[in-house]
Design a protein around this ligand. Sequence first.
Ligand SMILES: Cc1ncc(COP(=O)(O)O)c(C=O)c1O
Length: 461
Amino acid sequence: MNTEISLSPHEIPRQWLNIAPDLPGPKNPPLTANGIPLNPENLQLIFPQSLIEQEISTKRWIDIPQDILEVLSLWRPTPLKRAVNLEKILDTPARIYFKDESVSPPGSHKPNTAVAQAYYNHKEQVKCLTTETGAGQWGSALAFACAKFKLKCQVYMVNISYHQKPLRKTLMKIWGAHCLASPSDTTEFGRTIRNQHPESPGSLGIAISEALEKAMEDKSGETKYSLGSVLNMVMMHQSVIGLEAKKQLAKLGEAKVDTVIGCVGGGSNFAGLSFPYLLDKIHGEQIEIIPVEPTSCPTLTRGPYCYDFGDSAGMTPLLAMHSLGHQFIPAPIHAGGLRYHGMAPLVSQAVQAGLLSPQAFPQLQCYQAAVQFAFAEGIVVAPETSHALAAVIEQAEKAKKLGKPRVILFNLSGHGMLDLNAYEDYLNGKLTDHRLSPEKLNKSLEALSNFPKPECLINTG
Ligand SMILES: Cc1ncc(COP(=O)(O)O)c(C=O)c1O
């Protein structure tokens, strides 16, 4: 039985898929803090023009420049594999496939957009990129991409992860980037947070504010900001994942996928795999598409659809998205990349249109799933990815109960070889589940009470 399909280098997609023009429902534009629609020119301080154009593009397909394809071809196309051993252990009639994004140099899907963003900045004479990182996967991906295009790179790493994952810093250093713990003393916002909460574990929202402040401080325009998720253009850069997966499944003779699953922090690896399938769903196909998040940071399952800032300091435009409130500080789980208060507007819009079925899982169930997968298939996945696995196993068990041979596809968004201390803690019984109390959530949402409200469809999901 053929259980792995690798495409040849010339089969890397030549165009990205932009789902924006096809998504049903009101298009709630980004707003300024005063509630008026944002003029895209206001973004020029932080992004190069070509990325701004992609962010607001209404074209379904956008060509990938040759220079980007050349760097992507260092590890793309990525393999698509069938998890036959997991199927056997679960004794399920389901056929489980995964797209292995862990084979990239930094070990995750993140360089798919990092390379594109570094390329366009380099083309527009930018010399330095600032960014945030949670668990360090995005920071190391951008460090790698900046090394490819000879840009400097300054990374604000969420404090708790900075100490939990020291080797991610080494990886960033190898590729020439500078990494600081956030909140730091190099920005006004970082200093304010440190004064108020000297022990702050940090959050992605705080680190984004610091990276933005640093980029805007440079009036020469040679420093810009780069974001590893959430934005429309990032979802689009990641679409190579799902476009490749479709070709690979077709080669394996799988004409139809029943369930597509990915973990969600800001939404990018999930969107990358699922949006090509979402396009089919919008045009009539029956596919269940499941974004999976931690119960400790349940943005899609418990956060309202609202206008909110993308960062803690309120420096970004107001985005229409599911959110837990921009000052929300999630519990310090090891899946640092999922500790984000907001969600990509495109993923949020798809949830609103009833096209996605979000689920949340507690961390112990996720580690249990990850260890089971490592036993079965040999791959130790990133703590973020373990959330997708918890949902995959649940779906495979459901298929067994129903006696249905469903086809399940999930994104293996990254490996966990630099997260082994998280597994050590899990195996030593040191991890617990965190449930977000309604009081903490309501308190955090109070800050949004005076913000404009996005237009909504009636959710039929
Ligand atoms: C391996 C991995 N998976 C998933 C995520 C979540 O991010 P996103 O939702 O943008 O894919 C991250 C973020 O750092 C990550 O490192």
